[in-house]
Design a protein around this ligand. Structure first.
Ligand SMILES: [Zn+2]
Ligand SMILES: [Zn+2]
Length: 145
């Protein structure tokens, strides 16, 4: 949601957990400025897609992202029980977030090899060999009469 009482990052808040947007909390935007943050999307994806534990929308309630009274299984926010996100929006948001290189988000589960954002494992191991040059000259300068 867009919190019109706040500014900057605080302006953008996840509809599900009310956390403000930040560098490590990318968000997907739904209709009319509704927002779902990456951590919430991970929980929703795990719950509805992987565990098949979605709930049916109660009468009169719509998905917070598409604002439609969807018939597909929906994820119910634990922080805000009145907030539901439908399966279609979960999958769509997952695709959007996965394609965003800055988000660095991976859908949970499916690959079996969780890759944390940023990898620094292939640093070369080249030490030694280039010490001495500067010190040599300095020493010569001092020891010369
Ligand atoms: Zn959230
Ligand atoms: Zn939806």
């Amino acid at each position: 949601m867009h919190d019109t009482d706040s500014q900057g990052n605080e302006f953008f808040k996840c509809d599900s957990c009310l956390s403000a947007w930040s560098e490590d909390r990318p968000m997907v935007e739904g209709h009319r400025g509704s927002l779902l943050c990456a951590p919430c999307l991970s929980v929703a994806y795990d719950h509805v897609v992987l565990r098949d534990a979605g709930e049916t929308l109660p009468p009169g309630i719509t998905c917070v992202m598409c604002l439609e009274p969807r018939k597909d299984p929906c994820w119910r926010s634990s922080a805000r029980p009145e907030v539901f996100v439908c399966l279609r929006c979960i999958k769509q948001s997952a695709r959007v977030l996965e394609k965003d290189p800055e988000a660095g988000w991976k859908r949970p589960g499916e690959t079996g090899q969780p890759t944390p954002p940023g990898r620094g494992s292939d640093a070369g191991d080249d030490d030694g060999d280039d010490d001495g040059d500067d010190e040599d000259e300095a020493e010569r300068g001092i020891s010369d009469p």
